[in-house]
Design a protein around this ligand. Structure first.
Ligand SMILES: Cc1ncc(COP(=O)(O)O)c(C=O)c1O
Length: 476
């Protein structure tokens, strides 16, 4: 059946799919007009308010219409009703959380991934698995991780990568003492001990999801004035533990102070005490690209598993997480999905057996496009520029008589506060964000309320720093 007869077989009165077939006929125009709308938004992100503070114009309770009127009408509605109420989080002055923007190549790759809509489960009938394998190889190269030792999977984000780290680690711990958590459940390894000094909130959440429990980890001390693991305390706590399974969670780039653990020393302790080493390097992995900072990651190749993200510093659209491990078969034991209809004889990696999802977006494509388009140098420039910007803001704060730097940034996050009380600072943060010129998120550091300015967007330039400083100055 050709396309025309297919369309003709759908009656406009009896079958509402006629709208879809009509849209398919004008798909070229739809994509061009969508491109125009997207282009306007992306270009405008420099000038629009960085966040939207009043969404009351959008009514989430509105009923679903019985009949639609096609894509171009829906696009017009999105342009009028949704786009004006969005955050310019792809823009250069959104410094909240650790929010990457989207490079043009990554955006193109992401759109293409939607258009071709592969179900990236594995190698059956499509090259998508080989592309993911290549991207994982490139990521290993960036992180200085030997390709022959590390393998991995793309995830929805660092939270899920941390989850995979816990799941694989628990399986490995069980295997060492002759129990099979995958088959028989967590109860066969009740004495699992987890040691962490500065676990990210997502890791604590993952402790709950895995049934280990949010409170069921041993808090290791940090070095004074830092989020870095205190090695003496870690050693003492490992020594004191008689648990049969041990997991150490280390950080390569904490979310506040951007501190890095001494990974070589921690790897030595893990080897001595038979512990799995998981390193959360959600954005810190890319410090490897900056020769002024690559040494922070010394020893990361000794990790058993590593979390990272594409949607942070690689400036790939949401969602794109990265999980790397030296024990891919352990991960595959935990994540395999058995069913006759899933069986494949095709050669290549079955990513369905490496992560949480069965059906998966072709996440490798935007990463592949970004790395292909800009190369290692392009990725390096983003990292270096953002680190310089964090240092520049820190220098300004240090010299300002009304502001205080909470920590010298090691990487891309500047933490600061005004000299006032915590309540003064809460109100000040609100005033800063209300300027619409910049968006900062709060933190507590050293017992004080402060602001985080996280630079992770490729579009941030020197003139943005001037706008940011001016906005803060105006409301101080
Ligand atoms: C160190 C670290 N780990 C994990 C996460 C969670 O990342 P995601 O939001 O991609 O799940 C973050 C997010 O900021 C992070 O900074």
């Amino acid at each position: 059946m050709n396309r025309t007869s297919n369309r003709a077989s759908v009656s406009p009165t009896a079958d509402a799919r006629h709208l879809m077939f009509e849209d398919l006929e004008k798909l070229g125009r739809i994509l061009v007009e969508t491109g125009d709308v997207a282009h306007g938004f992306v270009q405008g992100a420099d000038d629009m308010d960085v966040t939207c503070r009043d969404f009351s114009a959008f009514d989430p309770s509105r009923p679903l219409a019985e009949q639609g009127s096609g894509t171009l009408d829906a696009l017009r509605a999105a342009k009028e009703e949704i786009l004006p109420l969005l955050a310019a989080s792809i823009g250069p002055r959104y410094l909240g959380f650790v929010t990457g923007g989207t490079t043009p190549a990554a955006l193109a790759g992401d759109w293409l991934a939607s258009a071709i809509d592969q179900n990236a489960t594995g190698p059956e009938g499509s090259v998508n698995a080989a592309v993911e394998e290549q991207v994982i190889n490139w990521l290993c190269d960036i992180g200085g991780l030997p390709r022959d030792r590390f393998d991995g999977v793309l995830t929805t984000g660092a939270t899920v990568s941390n989850l995979l780290g816990l799941v694989a680690a628990r399986q490995w711990c069980g295997k060492r003492v002759g129990v099979n958590v995958d088959a028989d459940g967590a109860s066969v390894l009740p004495d699992l001990a987890i040691f962490a000094a500065s676990p990210h909130a997502s890791m604590v959440k993952d402790l709950s999801i895995t049934g280990i429990g949010r409170n069921s980890f041993t808090k290791v001390a940090t070095l004074p004035g830092s989020e870095e693991t205190d090695l003496v305390d870690l050693k003492a706590k490992l020594e004191a533990s008689d648990a049969r399974g041990k997991i150490v969670i280390a950080s390569a780039g904490t979310v506040n102070a951007t501190d890095f653990d001494n990974l070589n020393a921690i790897a030595d302790l893990c080897a001595a005490f038979g512990a799995w080493l998981h390193v959360d390097a959600a954005f810190g992995l890319f410090a490897a690209l900056d020769d002024r900072r690559a040494h922070f990651l010394a020893g990361i190749e000794r990790a058993d598993s590593i979390t990272s993200d594409g949607h942070k510093w690689l400036n790939v659209p949401y969602d794109c997480g990265i999980f790397l491990t030296r024990h891919i078969s352990v991960l595959e034991t935990c994540c395999r999905a058995f069913a006759p209809y899933l069986d494949t004889k095709a050669d290549g990696n079955s990513y369905i057996n490496r992560g949480v999802e069965n059906s998966r977006r072709f996440r490798a494509l935007p990463l592949w496009m970004a790395m292909k388009a800009y190369g290692r140098e392009g990725m390096t420039s983003i990292v270096r520029a953002n680190c310089d910007q964090a240092a520049d803001l820190a220098a300004w704060v240090r010299s300002h008589e009304k502001l205080e730097l909470l920590r010298e940034p090691k990487l891309n996050v500047t933490m600061f506060a005004s000299l006032g009380s915590d309540d003064d600072n809460r109100a000040l943060l609100d005033r800063i964000n209300a300027t619409g010129k910049v968006f900062l998120t709060p933190t507590i550091y050293g017992g004080r309320f402060g602001f985080r300015a996280a630079f992770s967007n490729w579009r941030t330039q020197d003139h943005d720093l001037a706008i940011i400083k001016n906005a803060i100055e105006m409301v101080l």
